[in-house]
Design a protein around this ligand. Structure first.
Ligand code: IFM
Length: 449
């Protein structure tokens, strides 16, 4: 390896990320309300192998040992999310103080251990009670979400200084309201565009609420981003397909936040989002974040596909292209993170970029208490190297968080794809640090490798 932690500068934030529903379990304990993921994952045939997140990594009970592990791995920053329905079981109104107390215990222990908590306010687990009223498709969600953000600030904002408003809005609206493969399982353009517009409004509004509470907060939000290439170089129709898919996957939520409006010119179908817009919304979509979180795993290859509704384009999956890929069927393509950073750096309204997620799922084998996950280690090393390359070229990237601390519930794919630095035996809840985890801890210890 050709880098040390020091090469990134002393202010560079090294961390690890998780999300409430993927790790906590305790789905109905201590007054928690049901979320859309609780109900979706407990329905038949929604999740591979019929898995659900009812127990997950049991972080709700195991957090003291898990936070100790973060410390043992020398990781100074821990990004996790709050489960909305754990603190507001009905989404609004009555507070569940046992839920609040749980997050306070987690935050306090982080601080005691010298780990900085970075809180994602919404990582996909909408309270079911709000879904019953239309969820993200109902404009009322702006009020519900504002109340929730205010609760987070009220109960945790004296100690949490780093906030991310939403996690990957394109994924939770696209997979959850257009394709129906994530909770709440809704489909169709109209559901998607309504959900997308309301999520985009909430992402900016969440930032404003946080800022109005404390100038000193470091406020961001996160986006999925994959570099996109055409199947056939210099093929005009494929190139047009790239522009459309890019507008949809990479620009739909980022650009309105930056004050640029929705990328309708490059994807005409997005004009239909205007049906859900009220006068003044364009301004309300914009907010100056302190940082934006880049969540990058792969690149996509697209080709022109005239029969594909709305985009006339299709993504060619990695196995079809016979390229090295992870268990998610995502191509291993480290240059994608570099290309993303370079491109984001060209947006004048982006002040700072943090890589808030990057990681990979491979077949892991626990043998005599060890996991020799050479592919993951290589993946992380290659991607971090690309981040350094971008930084050296002047990109204002100032952090890198691995996805993820430990193997967990990978949404529609259940527990099969393991992304963790730490192996979890889901029968016994035993944790085993993988070689990639040991490597990361050595990097953060700052020993030349
Ligand atoms: O597990 C997810 C996470 O919740 C959001 N970003 C991508 C990860 C891997 O799929």
């Amino acid at each position: 390896m050709h880098f040390t932690k020091e090469d990134f500068g002393k202010d560079f934030k090294w961390g690890v990320s998780t999300a409430a529903y993927q790790i906590e379990g305790a789905h109905d304990l201590d007054g928690k309300g049901t979320s859309i993921w609780d109900s979706f994952s407990n329905k038949k045939r929604k999740i591979t192998n019929g898995h659900n997140g009812n127990i997950a990594c049991d972080f709700y009970h195991q957090y003291p040992q898990d936070l100790e592990l973060i410390k043992q791995l020398n990781i100074p920053n821990y990004r996790f999310s709050i489960s909305w329905s754990r603190i507001l079981p009905n989404g609004t109104g009555e507070i569940n103080f046992k839920g609040v107390a749980y997050y306070n215990r987690v935050i306090d222990l982080c601080l005691e251990l010298g780990i900085e908590p970075w809180v994602t306010i919404y990582h996909w687990d909408l309270p079911e009670a709000l879904h019953a009223k239309g969820g993200w498709t109902n404009r009322e969600v702006l009020n519900w979400f504002s109340e929730y953000v205010q609760c987070c600030i009220k109960y945790f904002g004296d100690r949490v200084k780093h906030w991310m408003v939403l996690n990957e809005p394109m994924v939770f609206t696209g997979a959850g309201y257009f394709l129906g493969v994530h909770a709440p399982g809704k489909v169709g353009l109209s559901n998607f565009l309504a959900a997308a517009h309301h999520a985009a409004l909430c992402q900016a509004e969440g930032g404003r609420i946080l800022r109005s509470h404390q100038q000193e907060y470091k406020i961001g939000t996160t986006f999925s981003y994959s570099h996109i290439d055409p199947l056939r170089e210099n093929h005009e129709k494929d190139l047009r397909a790239v522009v459309k898919v890019d507008a949809l996957l990479n620009r739909l939520f980022l650009e309105p936040l930056l004050g640029m409006g929705y990328p309708m010119k490059d994807l005409k179908i997005l004009q239909k989002i205007e049906r859900f817009m009220l006068p003044g919304d364009e301004q309300k979509l914009a907010f100056q974040m302190d940082f934006v979180g880049l969540q990058n795993y792969t690149r996509e290859i697209v080709s022109h596909a005239p029969l594909m509704p709305f985009v006339q384009a299709k993504i060619i999956k990695a196995n079809k292209r016979k390229v090295t890929h992870t268990l998610m069927n995502w191509e291993v393509y480290p240059a994608s993170i570099y290309q993303a950073l370079k491109r984001w750096n060209n947006y004048p309204a982006i002040k700072e970029i943090l890589v808030t997620e990057n990681g990979a799922a491979f077949h892991d084998h626990l043998v005599e208490n060890e996991v020799h996950d050479a592919e993951r280690l290589q993946y992380l090393q290659d991607h971090i190297e690309q981040v350094l390359k971008a930084q050296k070229e002047g990109v204002k990237v100032n952090g890198y968080f691995v996805w993820t601390l430990m193997d967990n519930f990978e949404w529609a794919e259940g527990y099969h794809p393991r992304f963790g630095l730490i192996h979890v035996d889901f029968d016994t809840q035993k944790r085993t640090i993988k070689n990639s985890g040991k490597w990361y801890s050595q990097l953060l210890l700052d020993r030349k490798l």
